[in-house]
Design a protein around this ligand. Structure first.
Ligand SMILES: *Cc1c(COP(=O)(O)O)cnc(C)c1O
Length: 368
């Protein structure tokens, strides 16, 4: 029995009649660009986050890019982000002609360490992008406090954290902007690329709304140069079918995580994910273990055909494309150690208990 890291097809089987109907309805009405389903999804995601505005864009990457423009980022500015994340969190900074300033992570959560942020602030710093990695929100209170004191914008990279909560507050609702991804492997995954920005600021919402249509406002008049970046109506239609199930799917992930925690707690050389006191809802987009014996464990997982992945094998400061930023390989020891030791295993909601038991047995055998 092979156990995949994620099996997207099982969600389709569960919702097939509604999904098929939603897609066919769009084909019938034909409003493929910013159709009524996009508006509906924008309202529902804004509501989920308890914020004023939701703005559908073409991807999570574009959500970050457009939100940074909305935050007033210009070429030459410096933007602080975590050294340990998916590439988009940093790539979008450079794409705007700004300079990424990386900060090391906390060992327990793999999220940006708030205690190290102030040392990275310079007169050119414009914004902070905390990433809510693996589905646990970063420690936002100290981050917001630092941002206010230094007059910086905060753009939450909540691509892996839709529906997660920090002290009861939804991911994406705490900073100036929250950015989500509907990439198929995210907790709320579409049938392709998609993303959303949420914000409480009317002016920012209006500006970002014009940026997703080349910067136009009104139609065919351009005060700034924007993008072609809209959430497709077909994606919105599929996501509307899935959204009501999101909470329950994330609760399933939490159940799986609790079973893993119990099974792995006693094992030496295995570090299970730590849930912080401030985390009121962890959505486990990934269940990520760490071990100094990772190679040995991955070999066993491969032999048993169990899906796994290393998120992420190389921190930003050692990526070739960022060599000109001048970081040294041994900068950011915590992030370096995480890159050497982490690996993620199946935690998706539809995983059966037999499948999970096989994962547990395989890992237990590998380290015993
Ligand atoms: C997935 C992801 C993104 C980018 O989202 P896309 O929809 O793939 O463009 C950004 N940041 C993080 C942390 C992600 O996991």
């Amino acid at each position: 029995m092979a156990v995949p890291l994620l099996d997207i097809h099982r969600q389709y089987v569960e919702l097939k009649p509604q999904m098929d109907k939603a897609v066919l309805d769009v084909l019938e009405h034909g409003r493929f660009i910013l159709g009524p389903e996009v508006t509906q999804l924008e309202q529902q995601v804004a509501e989920l986050c308890g914020v004023q505005h939701g703005l559908g864009v073409a991807s999570g990457t574009d959500a970050l890019l457009i939100a940074l423009r909305g935050a007033g980022v210009e070429p030459g500015d410096e933007i602080i982000t975590s050294d340990f994340s998916f590439f988009a969190s940093a790539g979008i900074i450079s794409r705007l002609g700004a300079r990424p300033a990386f900060v090391d992570i906390e060992p327990e959560t793999y999220n940006i360490d708030p205690n190290l942020i102030e040392a990275a602030i310079t007169p050119k710093t414009k914004a902070i992008i905390p990433v809510h990695l693996f589905g646990q929100v970063a420690d936002m209170d100290p981050i917001m406090e630092i941002a206010h004191r230094h007059n910086l914008k905060v753009v939450e990279d909540a691509a892996q954290a839709i529906g997660a909560e920090y002290k009861g507050r939804p991911a994406g609702s705490i900073g100036d902007f929250g950015c989500f991804s509907f990439y198929p492997s995210k907790n709320l995954g579409g049938g392709g690329d998609g993303g959303m920005i949420v914000t409480n600021n009317d002016t920012s919402d209006k500006f970002c709304r014009s940026l997703r249509v080349h910067g136009e406002s009104p139609k065919y008049f351009y005060h700034t140069i924007g993008y072609n970046s809209r959430l497709h109506t077909l994606q919105a239609a599929m996501l509307l079918v899935k959204l009501p199930h999101l909470r329950q799917w994330s609760e399933k992930r939490i159940e799986h995580a609790a079973i893993y925690e119990q099974a792995f707690a006693g094992l030496s050389d295995i570090v299970t994910p730590m849930v912080k006191d401030y985390t009121t809802f962890h959505i486990y987009n990934q269940y990520t273990l760490a071990s100094p014996r990772r190679e040995q464990i991955l070999t066993a997982l491969k032999e048993e055909k169990i899906g796994h992945c290393i998120y992420y094998p190389l921190p930003f400061h050692r990526q070739v494309c960022f060599a000109d930023l001048g970081y040294q390989a041994n900068d950011f020891p915590v992030s370096n150690q995480a890159a050497d030791q982490v690996f993620s295993i199946p935690v998706y909601p539809e995983m059966s208990s037999e499948e999970q038991q096989k994962v547990i047995d395989t890992i237990t055998r590998a380290v015993s």
